[in-house]
Design a protein around this ligand. Sequence first.
Ligand code: ADE
Ligand code: ZN
Length: 319
Amino acid sequence: MTAWAELHVHLEGTLEPELIFALAERNGIPLPYADLDDLRARYDFADLQSFLDLYYTNMQVLQTAQDFADLTDAYLARARQAGVRRAEVFFDLQAHTARGIPPEVALGGVHQALAAAEAQHGISTGLILTFLRHLPAGEAMAAYRQAVETGVPLLGVGLCSTEIGHPAAEFADVFSQARADGLRTVAHAGEEGDASYVWDALRALDVERIDHGVHAIEDDRLIDHLVGERIPLTMCPLSNVRLKVVPSLAAHPILEMLRRGVHVTVNSDDPAYFGGYLDDVVAGLRAELGLTDADVAQLARNSILASFASEAEKARLLA
Ligand code: ADE
Ligand code: ZN
């Protein structure tokens, strides 16, 4: 089976409806949904913000370290079925501390599952702390310090949530600090925002990968820059369809970018919300965008090469 690295997945976006109901019951939390069908009926999104509103509401069922561990473990088990052998997962610590969950509970639970991932699922992992760009940058710095204090190992930092109107440059200090501490850097950009948001993330934050980057296709100079500097885009085509960033999988720019030499990778973003895990995304691209076996092999290879795994691990996964 082809080995994949998944480089763009929000752990909270892997919270399946069944687990929402199970955790609500376990924790005695009332849900505003009559049943699973009532919840699923709300997964028809107009845009990024309408998704984020539901995403932040649903994650309130996550209360104990065991809840975070169960969430993470369920993702890892499903990702392995999709062929994932390396997962660099995003975690929105601020969304949990803001509702009173201590950082050591949230991060401790996630870490418990990640630490067992190699033995349990044959997946090597890294944890990327994603800052919420709709909140002030000072809060990102506070979250970063809290995370470091827990002692849970971090692979990197990232930037997500509401894009338009929240410039990447505001987060330059916390990204500089993380880089000085030896962490890797990524940022969401060019999802709903235009190509200028991608330039901003590269210039202001000096990130090593761009998450999404769909709108880079509108700027030839940017495409040349991404190709020349070999800056990967971690793309999420199913997410982009569900959040109306593109009208259909058939209209997604990932294949054109691949042909033009951009280091694109394919990912699931929030698989519990957008209709599938990595294998489902690849199947959709084969069916609707006409990806060939060779394209799929190239995307798998790109995913390993764009990961932050050691060179030895990359060689092992590519073999
Ligand atoms: N957080 C979770 N999913 C996201 C997405 N697709 N864009 C921005 N922030 C997110
Ligand atoms: Zn994302």
